[in-house]
Design a protein around this ligand. Sequence first.
Ligand code: BV8
Ligand code: ZN
Length: 242
Amino acid sequence: MDEKIENAVKLIKNSYQISVLSGAGISAESGIPTFRGEDGLWKNYRAEELATPQAFSKDPELVWEWYNWRRAIISSKKPNPAHYSCAKLEKIFNSKFTLITQNVDGFHRLAGAENVLEIHGNIFEVKCLKCNIIYEERSELDNKPLCRECDGRLRPNIVWFGESLDQNILTNVYDDLATTELLLIIGTSAVVYPAASFGALAKQNGAKILEINLTSTQNSQIADVSVQGKAGEVLPLIVDSL
Ligand code: BV8
Ligand code: ZN
């Protein structure tokens, strides 16, 4: 077995409590475009200009067009072996497992994971600008969707650039990063804050770091083991060897 895979297995076996931080790269093999990769969402739609409150107030229909395009893509795809391996890790570690994801596709839950912190929201949830209700909405929406309760305008229940993350979720994240013994950082370029700082924070608190990514990132320098490869291939190899 590849030495790095072996070391990764050892890190997990020597841990009592583990956490996962995932980014768009874990969904890449499901066919979901990443944000900054070759087929990146950013390239086609300059997402950092669309995923903002300013863009939404200026042209809500354009922003909804972009989210409806992504909702359609995600609805036609499914979780890949990396998502299922994360769910398997949760079965092994039980209550000593936390999954922190930047992804909004809901694939971790679809693959069976339960203790999932969706720090940037969920693309299949909507929020009413008038009555503030938040609800799941999987049906096809037009570019000016209205609230089912009060007919107010809806926005995606997603954290946009310049918006703060949900305080309760962040508290859960920081509580977990204070005690976790191993943080697996899978498929994130680590450029978006505050998630980009989670690896260093966990390390500071004494955790080991295992990174799985196609390329090196700022987390590679602090990783105890950094495996370069596809999450859908590498993670099952590691988890099936536990
Ligand atoms: C906030 C929802 C407080 C949208 C997203 C300057 C310095 C520091 C911070 C800032 C700054 N200027 C502004 C900020 C704050 C800003 C920020 O971090 N900006 C960055 C760009 C510098 N952050 C915020 O605004 C956050 N809020 O800080 O609140 C505040 C309040 C007011 C004012 C200021 C601050 C909110 C951030 C949330 C933004 N929302 N998503 C949507 O999805 O529509 S971010 C977006 O990027 C996605 O959530 C995505 O998950 C996230 C991170 O990207 P990645 O997941 O890492 O994806 P990426 O494509 O980048 O990388 C993919 C990786 O996978 C690559 O490394 C690739 O190699 C790898 N990969 C590819 N294929 C595979 C693979 N790995 C393994 N296997 C494969 N097969
Ligand atoms: Zn409403």
